[in-house]
Design a protein around this ligand. Structure first.
Ligand code: NAD
Ligand code: SER
Length: 316
């Protein structure tokens, strides 16, 4: 089989998706691409690893040709909070990096998976039951790059027939690699702090509802979409997907069921709060459900039980 390349494989999603892809398609068939951060020994030693800065098109071309890559899971990106602090870097990685990957995909006839985000929506988008096809006028650099990325993927499909698929991920919650500087990171940190210190200071206000998803569902969604029958896909790219929606009070209450001493207070970060306020409260993901069978397994109680069990062991 032609091989798979995962860019940004050392990040929160990439570190787990790469291992899941290796398990499914064979270790030697999945190339982990990373940049500055050192990969975990598991990621580095279980299959091929290449330094692959997606901003350098020659590097991406060399890696794709060397390993005869047929599919690229393009996860290299700058997330929302870091993008507000470093907008030039976010533009360079999220736009120029994506452009390079699409160009190399065109040259080498590769399929591509590109995650968009709840960040592709903005304050004028309907915030409740946010439709698949709706107003997208984000007011963050992350959002600007995500909308442009969705459009670029559509263009490469229409113009050059590049099989370019993707989802709009909500906040992803996981227990292997810490998140890379997003607005939804609190929903991961809260579990670590609850187990380590039995308390947490939340940087978003009570009542801030956001879509979220547990990592096993995020990984399953990416693989299922890439394996879906093309004829069934009306949208192809930028599918709304969600598994749950909650605010800080709800996740804290769920944690308290397992750790009764747990307490939470608030110190609001105005930048993150502004970003979160511009994002949906909950998305309508019926297009993904209808077109390729999206159906998440984890809700807030089931995820919390698993997060606490796994992290209690990990942080012993
Ligand atoms: P992350 O920040 O954890 O990982 C991204 C990785 O990309 C990092 O390892 C970083 O070193 C790498 N990177 C940065 N610049 C690079 C470059 N020039 N070349 C190659 N690699 C580079 O991010 P993540 O959470 O794993 O996100 C993966 C994708 O999913 C991104 O497109 C992100 O926007 C999207 N997404 C993530 C979430 C989430 O909650 N994690 C939600 C919605 C969408
Ligand atoms: N979790 C991501 C972020 O907050 C959403 O795209 O940036």
């Amino acid at each position: 089989m032609k091989r798979i390349l995962v860019t940004g494989s050392v990040g929160q999603i990439g570190s787990e998706l790469t291992m899941a892809l290796r398990k499914r398609y064979g270790n030697d068939n999945v190339v982990a691409g990373g940049r500055k951060t050192a990969p975990s020994p598991e990621l580095r030693d279980s299959g091929p690893f290449e330094v692959c800065d997606c901003v350098d098109i020659d590097v991406v071309r060399r890696v794709v040709k060397k390993h005869e890559v047929g599919t690229i899971y393009h996860l290299a990106a700058i997330l929302s909070a870091v993008a507000e602090a470093k907008p030039n870097l976010a533009w360079d990685v999220n736009i120029n990096g994506l452009y390079n990957v699409l160009e190399i995909a065109r040259e080498n006839n590769c399929a591509v998976f590109v995650p968009s985000s709840i960040g592709a929506f903005g304050p004028t988008t309907p915030l409740d039951n946010t439709p698949q096809d709706t107003i997208q006028r984000p007011n963050t650099m992350y959002g600007v790059t995500k909308v442009a990325g969705e459009l670029l993927c559509d263009y490469y499909y229409k113009r050059f027939d590049v099989d370019c698929r993707g989802v709009r991920y909500p906040g992803i919650i996981s227990n292997v690699t810490l998140p890379g500087g997003g607005t939804t990171d609190y929903a991961v940190e809260i579990y670590y702090e609850a187990i380590k210190n039995k308390k947490y200071t939340c940087n978003l206000k009570a009542g801030t509802f956001l879509d979220m998803m547990y990592m096993p569902d995020a990984i399953k969604g990416a693989i299922d979409l890439m394996e879906a029958e093309p004829a069934k896909l009306k949208h192809l790219n930028a599918f709304n997907v969600t598994a749950m929606s909650f605010d800080p009070e709800m996740i804290a209450a769920e944690i308290k069921k397992h750790i009764p001493e747990f307490t939470m207070d608030y110190k609001v970060d105005p930048v993150k709060q502004g970003i979160a306020d511009s994002w949906p409260n909950n998305m309508d993901d019926s297009a993904a459900r209808e077109e390729w069978g999206w159906s998440p397994e984890y809700d807030l109680p089931r995820m919390t039980e698993d997060m606490i069990a796994v992290l209690s062991e990990k942080l012993k």
